[in-house]
Design a protein around this ligand. Structure first.
Ligand SMILES: *Cc1c(COP(=O)(O)O)cnc(C)c1O
Length: 443
């Protein structure tokens, strides 16, 4: 880990600032997905002109080691040569056919081969569509309407799944977003994560109306909060007892935590696999491709075989599926080893730097996904995740950014690494960390 580039500090970003101003005139908040706006940390989001391997280059020409990796998809690094070649090759044959094509079959086969309980998948274009469709299928298959989700779990911007209750006890949720009718949120029961007693109580009260429990396989959207020992087993047991389905949302963890996602890492729950899985992010390789899947029997309830309607003009897009397939094929055991090594090096160094600066913190893991919570003690649920020193994270984030490392602009996110994070990129991160830790401590 030598030859770290001597970093000049990034002070000014006039081109990003100018683009943000123009963007604000024509797009709400100037961004097309809210977290990109830096609201949680303040400052000017960087408009990226180019990304290669582990590096982002903004429109002012500043370079950053990327620890967002497009929130997961860029597991091999940006513009990976094999993925690039697959995309270029696919594009020469046309962009979208509106008819079946071979890449869809190959990508579906690749997913089914990796995740044993998944016999069939339906391809869609975003994680949101995957969870929305899985929910519809669960309701269609059970003839029930209620759905259980956990506070702090994000499943895309699906109306009934945006509901995330306040603290504490099981409660019928109020919508988290304007525009979600109470009637929709009313079918959602939000429970604290990792709380088996709350789960059992909700099923005692509403068990015969609950279509499904949806959970992040290992939550990453409140920071990384893995299931406590036995929690996934309890989800399986309780749903089985009451005839409800279990949906494991692996949009973030799928093909990242292991070749078979969180399922591959944690193993099959006692009592059997989840009924439905959702995938996205990595399986699109940076393009819009996602999927949901389960047993052939359950999936046969979908149109055109069954009565549950689901469709998409661009579903299974030939260029997106080429990118996804090349990415999954590139995810070799060596890639997973490299992700683990990079993640542990970075996380250990972050922890060491924060400790040296006297900043209380906790690092939590799901495979090579990790996050650094600015607080003492384990984070088991959303309430714990909220109880962080968010201002300290903001200072930490900005000092890293100034030194050319782009962390997620929120203290509720996982840090993502790629297999392209080489020793130079890692050294660049390690150089920045002590300065950022000092900034975090200077509250
Ligand atoms: C990102 C994410 C989604 C939503 O996926 P989009 O492609 O952004 O719609 C759903 N579930 C989980 C667990 C996610 O991390």
């Amino acid at each position: 880990m030598t030859n770290a580039p001597t970093s000049h500090l990034i002070q000014d970003t006039p081109a990003s600032a100018a683009l943000l101003n123009r963007a604000r005139a024509v797009t709400p908040g100037g961004v097309n997905s809210p977290v990109r706006a830096f609201r949680a940390v303040g400052g000017t989001p960087r408009f990226i002109a180019e990304a290669k391997g582990p590096w982002l280059t903004d429109v002012d020409g500043n370079r950053y080691v990327d620890l967002i990796c497009s929130w997961g998809p860029m597991i091999l690094g940006h513009a990976h040569p094999e993925v690039m070649a697959a995309v270029q090759e696919a594009a020469t044959h046309g962009f979208s056919f509106g008819t079946p094509s071979e890449n869809e079959v190959l990508l579906a086969e690749e997913i089914v081969r990796r995740v044993a309980p998944v016999e069939q998948v339906r391809l869609v274009s975003s994680g949101t569509e995957a969870t929305m469709s899985a929910l519809r299928l669960a309701r269609g298959a059970t003839g029930r309407s209620k759905v259980v989700k956990f506070a702090g779990c994000y499943h895309g911007h699906v109306d009934p799944l945006l509901a995330a209750a306040g603290s504490g006890v099981a409660t019928f949720a109020l919508p988290d977003s304007a525009g979600v009718p109470a009637s929709s949120a009313h079918e959602t029961i939000v429970l604290p994560y990792n709380d088996v007693a709350a789960l059992e109580a909700a099923f005692v009260e509403h068990g015969d109306q609950i279509a499904c429990v949806i959970t992040e396989a290992s939550p990453g959207n409140m920071g990384v909060v893995p299931p406590a020992a036995g929690f996934t087993d309890a989800l399986r047991r309780v749903t089985r007892e009451h005839g409800a389905l279990l949906i494991s949302d692996e949009v973030m963890t799928g093909f990242r935590c292991s070749a078979a996602g969180w399922y591959g890492l944690e193993g099959e729950p006692e009592g059997g696999a989840p009924d439905l899985f959702t995938f996205g992010k990595v399986m699109g390789g940076g393009f819009p491709a996602a999927a949901f899947g389960g047993s052939a029997d359950l999936m046969s309830r979908l149109a055109p075989e069954g009565p549950v309607y689901q469709a998409g003009t661009l579903s299974g897009n030939p260029v997106a599926t080429a990118a996804g397939l090349a990415t999954l094929r590139g995810c070799t055991p060596e890639v997973y080893d490299r992700l683990d090594a990079v993640a542990h090096t970075v996380a250990d160094a972050a922890s060491e730097a924060l400790a040296a600066a006297g900043v209380s913190h906790t690092v939590q893991w799901a495979g090579s996904m990790f996050s650094v919570f600015v607080r003492d003690g384990a984070v088991r649920d959303y309430e714990d995740a909220k109880a962080q020193d968010h201002a300290a994270y903001g200072r930490f984030f900005h000092e890293m950014l100034r030194r050319g490392v782009h962390l997620p602009p929120s203290s509720y996110e996982a840090w993502f690494v790629s297999a392209s994070h080489d020793d130079d990129a890692v050294a660049h991160v390690l150089d920045a960390l002590p300065h950022a830790a000092t900034a975090a401590s200077a509250g």
